[in-house]
Design a protein around this ligand. Structure first.
Ligand SMILES: Nc1ncnc2c1ncn2[C@@H]1O[C@H](COP(=O)(O)OP(=O)(O)OP(=O)(O)O)[C@@H](O)[C@H]1O
Ligand SMILES: [Mg+2]
Length: 507
C-alpha cells in the first residue's frame, strides 16, 4: 500500500470492522458495529455519552476482547489479544484518561519496558534512550527535553508524550480519545499541527471528540454511533445539525435565553478583596438569588483559583467571603459546604468522583446526614429514591445504581458528580467547566438544569472556557485575566469579541 496516496475510494482500508459486538454485565456496549479507517485520514467518531466509542476503540487497542464480529487489518482478519499485541500490529491509542508514570522522564515513559541497554544488556543506556526520544520529538516538531519528569508537564504536554509513545511503536493507526478535553486553544493548535503532519505521512487517525468545531476543522470523515449501534459514515463537510440529529435521534431545541431581573434579590454570595499570591489579585464580586454569574477568561486566568479559594480548598492571603451577609470561616471545603457553598471541580478524576464506589454512593454519600432517621438510622429507601431520581433526571447511562462509577463512560461520570452537588442542596453552586466531556444532548439538559436551579432561588456561578456556553447561560459575566477581574458585562450585551478583549487585556 502506498502511504502517500490521498484518501479516496480506491484506497484499501487500514482497519475494517464488521458486525462487532461487545457486552458487559447488564450492558450491550456494541451491537454489530461497523467502522473503517483509511491511511492518511482523520476519522472522527461521534456519539452521545455511553454510545460505545471508547469501547470500540479499546477493542482495537487490545484492552477489551470482542464477543463476536470481525476486525480486518490490511484486509486480513486479526484477533487483537492484548495492548502489547495491538502495539506490535502498529495500533496506538491515547486514552481518554492519561496513563503516564508521573515520576519518570518523558523518554523513560516512551520506552518503558523496552529501554535500550549497553554492556551486553547489563546497563540501561540512558543516552541512547534520550536520543531516541529526541528523534520522535523532532519528527513531531516538538520542543520538549526528553529528560523532563512527566509529572511536571501540563496535561497537553503529557498528551504529546503519549503521542510520541504511540509513534515509537511505528503506529500506522493512532486512536485519540477526547484528546483536547483539557487543552487550551494554543495547545489544541499544536496538537492539530501534529495530527496533520502524521496524516500526511499516511497514518490513519481516529479522533473522538464532543467538540463540533474541532471535528469540522480536522476530520475527513465522521462515523456516528448511537446506543452501541452504527448509524452512518458521512463526509466531515456534512452540516453539523444533520450529524447531531443522527447522534441523538431527534433535533435539539435551542433553549431561549431569558434574563430575569434579580437586581432586588438578596445577595447570596459576596466575595470581597480576595488575594492569593499572584494567582488571585483583589477579586470582588457578588451573586444574587436567582442569578447565573458567568466567569470567562483564558485558561490560567485564575478562575479556578478563585473558585477553590471561595470553597475553602486553598488558603487565601486576604479577603472575605460572605454568604447571606454573614462572613464565613474558610479553612476547608467542609466549612464552605456547611455555609451552603458547593463546588463542582473541573478535575473530576482527582476531586469529585470516588471511582471505586457505586453510582448511588457517589450521589448520596456526601449528603448522608440528610438521610438519617431520628438522627441515627439511614433511610435506605429514601437514598435509593433520590439516586433513581438523579439518574433519570440527568439521564445517566448506567445498568444500575450499584454499578461502580469507574465503569461508566467518561461523560456519565461527569453527570454523577453533578448529581452529587444537586442532592447536597447548597444555595450557592459553583460549576467549573460543567460540560467538559459531555455530549451535545446532555449539554442542553445541563443548561436547562442550571436555569432551573437559578429559578428556584439559588445563586449559580459558571466557569467555562467555551465562550458560546458562557454567553448562552449567564445573566451577568465577569471576565478574568492574570488573576484580576478585568471587566463585567451584562449577559444580553456581551459578545465573544467583547469578552475576548477583556480576557486578553494586560495591565
Ligand atoms: N469495563 C466496563 N464494564 C462495564 N460497563 C462498561 C465498561 N466499559 C464501558 N461500559 C459501558 O459501555 C457503554 C459504552 O461506554 P463507552 O465508554 O464506550 O462510551 P463512550 O461513547 O466512550 O462515552 P463518552 O462520550 O461518555 O466517553 C456504557 O454504557 C458504559 O457504561
Ligand atoms: Mg469515551
Amino acid at each position: 500500500m502506498d502511504p502517500t496516496s490521498p484518501p479516496g475510494r480506491s484506497v484499501a482500508p487500514l482497519i475494517s470492522v464488521q458486525n462487532l459486538s461487545k457486552s458487559f454485565p447488564g450492558v450491550k456496549a456494541l451491537d454489530r458495529v461497523q467502522f473503517d479507517l483509511r491511511p492518511g485520514e482523520v476519522h472522527a467518531l461521534m456519539g452521545e455519552n455511553g454510545a460505545g466509542k471508547s469501547t470500540l476503540m479499546k477493542i482495537l487497542a487490545g484492552v477489551y476482547r470482542k464477543d463476536s464480529g470481525e476486525v480486518l487489518l490490511d484486509g486480513q482478519p486479526v484477533e487483537i489479544e492484548s495492548p502489547a499485541h495491538a502495539q506490535s500490529l502498529a495500533i496506538g491509542i491515547i486514552h481518554q484518561e492519561l496513563h503516564l508514570m508521573g515520576h519518570l522522564t518523558a523518554a523513560q515513559n516512551i520506552f518503558l519496558g523496552r529501554e535500550p541497554r549497553k554492556l551486553g544488556g547489563l546497563l540501561l543506556d540512558d543516552e541512547q534512550l534520550n536520543r531516541d526520544a529526541q528523534v520522535l520529538f523532532d519528527r513531531m516538531n516538538l520542543a520538549l527535553a526528553p529528560t523532563t519528569v512527566v509529572g511536571q508537564l501540563t496535561v497537553a504536554r503529557q498528551q504529546m508524550v503519549e503521542i510520541a509513545k504511540a509513534l515509537s511503536h511505528k503506529s500506522r493507526v493512532l486512536i485519540m480519545d477526547e484528546p483536547t478535553a483539557a487543552l487550551n486553544n494554543a495547545e489544541i493548535e499544536e496538537l492539530f499541527r501534529i495530527i496533520r503532519q502524521l496524516r500526511s505521512e499516511g497514518v490513519g487517525i481516529v479522533y473522538i471528540s464532543h467538540k463540533m468545531d474541532e471535528i469540522q476543522r480536522i476530520a475527513d470523515r465522521i462515523t456516528v454511533m448511537r446506543d452501541g449501534t452504527y448509524v452512518a459514515t458521512v463526509p466531515a463537510t456534512t452540516p453539523m445539525a444533520e450529524v447531531i440529529a443522527m447522534m441523538v435521534g431527534r433535533t435539539l431545541d435551542q433553549a431561549d435565553k431569558h434574563i430575569p431581573d434579580t437586581s432586588a434579590s438578596e445577595v447570596l454570595l459576596d466575595v470581597r478583596g480576595l488575594n492569593r499570591g499572584r494567582a488571585i489579585r483583589d477579586v470582588s464580586f457578588t451573586v444574587r438569588r436567582g442569578e447565573i454569574l458567568g466567569f470567562a477568561g483564558l485558561m490560567g486566568a485564575g478562575r479556578t483559583e478563585v473558585a477553590r479559594a471561595v470553597f475553602g480548598a486553598d488558603p487565601i492571603d486576604s479577603g472575605e467571603v460572605r454568604v447571606r451577609g454573614e462572613p464565613i470561616r474558610l479553612r476547608s471545603p467542609q466549612d464552605a459546604v456547611r455555609a451552603g457553598i458547593g463546588y463542582l471541580s473541573e478535575d473530576r478524576k482527582h476531586f469529585g468522583l470516588a471511582t471505586g464506589m457505586d453510582v448511588e454512593s457517589n450521589i448520596t454519600l456526601p449528603s448522608l446526614r440528610r438521610w438519617l432517621r431520628w438522627g441515627v438510622f439511614l433511610n435506605q429507601p429514601a437514598i435509593r429514591a433520590i439516586g433513581q431520581q438523579m439518574v433519570a433526571k440527568l439521564r445517566i447511562k448506567t445498568p444500575s445504581l450499584t454499578q461502580t462509577a469507574r465503569l461508566l463512560s467518561g461523560g456519565n461520570q461527569q453527570k454523577v458528580v453533578i448529581a452529587k452537588w444537586l442532592v447536597q442542596d447548597c444555595e450557592v453552586l459553583i460549576f467549573d467547566e460543567p460540560t467538559r466531556g459531555i455530549d451535545v444532548g446532555a449539554k442542553s439538559e445541563i443548561y436547562k438544569l442550571l436555569n432551573e436551579l437559578a429559578a428556584q432561588g439559588r445563586a449559580i456561578v459558571v466557569i467555562s472556557s467555551e465562550l458560546p456556553e458562557v454567553l448562552l447561560l449567564s445573566h451577568r459575566i465577569v471576565v478574568m485575566c492574570e488573576g484580576c477581574i478585568t471587566g463585567e458585562v451584562p449577559g444580553d450585551a456581551a459578545t465573544q469579541e467583547s469578552l475576548m478583549a477583556l480576557a486578553t487585556r494586560r495591565d
